[in-house]
Design a protein. Sequence first.
Length: 256
Amino acid sequence: MNARYWLAVWSAVAAPLAACNTQSATVPPATSASLHHAKASGSGELLYASQNLGGDLAQVFVFKYPEGKLVQTLSLPEAPWFLCSDNNGNVFVPTSDATSPGNIFEFAHGGSQPTQTFIDPGPGYAQACSVDPTTGNLAVANGSNVAIYAPGQTIPTIYATKVNAAWDCAYDNSGNLFADGDYAGQIFELPAGGTAFADITLSEYIPTVHLQWWHDRLVIYAGAGGHVPYPIYQVRLSGSNGVVTGPVLLGGKARH
């Protein structure tokens, strides 16, 4: 499994979601969770599971993979959201609450304390992230825009999408960054080395919510309103066009 691939969780049932909000950003609902598989050379594989709750329940559970044995629990000051990791297995945890844009905490692979903290500049709330496999840049979707932190830097460069919304984001293997517009049926691309997002024209409307790069394509969760079945689409890109295929329909109870 690709280390940048995460799974959204519905209730106690995990369903694969190869998976960046609104123009008036709101605090994310506190019933979401995510799983993230991180691998570091020579130090084993771990599965990180966040539960998006506040207070004492703001936690990330770390399991040995594939055995499923719980090895530690990370406590966060704010509710954790959708995780990502870099090529070395370091894990990044976006967090947010109702009073501030939030923070992104970096943990070494298997580490119990943050090694670095990134402050999200707002105006949205830190929700999802992705790491560029070619440069190590950390991209964070905060609902209103995408903040990109260069390695070793805690002050980001801000990139706005065409609709000033970014619910999720994902890098491909070449360092191109993709973001979506929160149910708006829109995807945007920031080319590697580029300075602005450009539109991707989809072959059909889908209510884009979460996306990830998987093999040579985008995979998108396009559900709306928490109703089953949950539709997963593939989008193959050619220039500024995206050909939509699917969906694959998943069942289960929504906790997102």
